[in-house]
Design a protein around this ligand. Structure first.
Ligand code: ADP
Ligand code: ZN
Ligand code: MG
Length: 487
């Protein structure tokens, strides 16, 4: 039974996230093996990432560069000296018996990321960003003997990750979802990760607790794992926080534990706490020097940062006077934002461009299973927008033309010529159709004449339908107005 709203509003939800982002380097973080995804198991391995005795790690500079970019974009202070540490635990996919991570001296600390919340914006604190290596992967399914045996693929062993830990600043599952969305957007802008959740290049664990509204101490938290989509993150947190509230309502207590989200059953369940009672016995990695980052290196990286989503959103509002929501949606993807700017500049119609890119184009691409990179060339899109802005074509015609453009990659002019979609610009042809419609609908004519001028829109619709949207919309209005008052 769901909790009554009156009960739920007596509680405040507190959430902090721990996010792993896989960096897009060509090679692994401590060896030269490829990071390519999807190759046959154990084809990208060497003594270092297999954890053979005596093999020595050597730090990948590109991984550090990417981690620095991410940390800077998250407004963190970069430590001038950070240190690698061994995080010791036993697991079959971890051949060394430890993961090289960072512990007491992480790469960067004390940052923040702004999210949309409650109609405004809110800063979510970023506790730390550190660099570490990924473990391998256990394969429990897909083999003829999977009912008895599991296999290990070490291609992923040693792939660079950053871990981003937030402060417990999020106050609802929606805010957690929004944070992850903004974080993903940021990482994509920086081109440091592809953030593909299915392939595991973005992973998120969520810590959640509830407390009585007004309480000054945090409640006991649980950590929820196995969240492999944005939707699951939000659902799992909604489920888990409600579970905690019910527990407290019935006089119980929340136990600090790790819980797993079960997407089939739409619930979380606790692991036996012993399984997760980790003591990692961190100690400094003796095979790597501390990582020293001087001012000049920081400056070099700072200069490499692109315009970030929030700056871009603000610029879009100023430069193109877009509605806020359009600006927000456009900047979510660097590709979409760039495409919009080209189309807006070529057509000189930013608002119309934003509208068509966010609505019809996005819909057509999705419907035909295409990605945004398969959009019509910006010049063609701009041509279509211009034709519409000049009222040379109706919105309905534009839709048909755009469909063809997406399907065939042709330009609007070509599509129109080929499909006989040319505009009807002859007022006499339009007048003839208008006459027929007026004769067939005396009741609506009467309404119009008695002062219900909104009926004009209905007539325009009828006429556009009769001409399959090909009539020049401006002419249609003019002709109908004339014809409707003619006796
Ligand atoms: P732990 O000691 O379990 O590792 P940390 O204090 O290091 O806990 O925090 C880990 C994550 O849990 C962080 O993202 C932090 O924001 C979050 N967190 C800490 N305390 C709470 C709490 N009471 N409720 C919700 N999240 C919390
Ligand atoms: Zn290797
Ligand atoms: Mg901790």
């Amino acid at each position: 039974m769901p909790l009554a709203t009156e009960v739920r509003t007596q509680y405040e939800i507190v959430i902090g996230l721990e996010v792993h982002v896989q960096l897009l380097t060509e090679s692994k973080v401590f060896c030269g093996c490829s990071t390519r995804f999807g190759d046959p198991p154990n084809t990208h391995t060497c003594p270092v990432c297999l954890g053979l005795p005596g093999a020595l790690p050597a730090l990948n500079r590109e991984a550090v560069t990417m981690a620095m970019k991410a940390a800077m974009a998250l407004n963190c202070s970069l430590n001038s000296s950070s240190r690698f540490a061994r995080k010791n635990y036993f697991y079959p996919d971890l051949p060394k018996g430890y993961q090289i991570s960072q512990f007491d001296q992480p790469l960067a600390e004390n940052g923040w990321l702004e999210i949309a919340a409650g109609g405004g914006r809110k800063r979510i604190g970023v506790t730390r960003v550190h660099l570490e290596e990924d473990a391998g992967k256990s394969l429990h399914e897909g083999f003829p003997d999977s009912d008895r045996n599991s296999y290990i693929d070490l291609n992923r062993s040693g792939v660079p990750l950053i871990e981003i830990v937030t402060e417990p600043d999020l106050r609802s599952p929606e805010e957690a979802h929004e944070f992850l969305t903004q974080l993903k957007t940021l990482m994509l802008y920086l081109e440091v990760s592809d953030c593909n959740m299915e392939e595991g290049s973005l992973r998120c664990d969520a810590n959640a607790s509830v407390r009585r509204a007004g309480a000054t101490c945090f409640g006991t938290k649980t950590e929820v794992k196995n969240l492999n989509s944005f939707r699951f993150l939000q659902r799992a947190l909604a489920y888990e926080t409600e579970r905690q509230m019910k527990l407290l309502e019935s006089g119980g207590e929340v136990t600090q534990e790790t819980r797993l989200w079960d997407s089939r059953e739409q619930r979380t369940y606790g692991m036996r706490s012993k399984e997760f009672a980790h003591d990692y016995r961190y100690f400094p990695e003796p095979d790597l020097l501390p990582l020293a980052i001087g001012e000049s290196w920081k400056e070099e990286i700072r200069r490499m940062l692109p315009e970030l989503p929030q700056a871009r959103e603000e610029r879009f509002l100023r430069q193109y006077a877009l509605p806020k929501q359009d600006a927000q949606l456009l900047v979510l993807s660097r590709d979409v934002a760039g495409y919009f700017e080209e189309v807006a500049k070529l057509s000189g119609e930013p608002k119309l461009s934003a509208n068509w890119i966010l609505n019809d184009l996005t819909f057509l691409l999705q419907e035909s299973g295409r990605t945004f990179t398969e959009s019509p060339a910006p010049a063609g899109m701009a041509e279509l927008i211009s034709l519409m802005a000049r009222k040379t074509i109706s919105g309905k015609m534009a839709k048909e033309i755009l469909e063809e453009m997406v399907r065939t990659g042709r330009r609007p002019g070509e599509v129109m010529a080929e499909n006989g979609l040319a505009q009807i610009d002859d007022p006499e042809k339009i007048r003839a159709v208008a006459g027929e419609i007026i004769r067939a609908h005396p009741k609506q004519v009467e309404q119009y004449r008695s002062g219900k001028t909104a009926t004009l829109g209905w007539f325009v619709g009828q006429l556009m339908k009769a001409t399959r949207g090909q009539a020049n919309p401006q002419l249609v209005q003019d002709v109908l107005k004339e014809e409707l008052i003619r006796r």
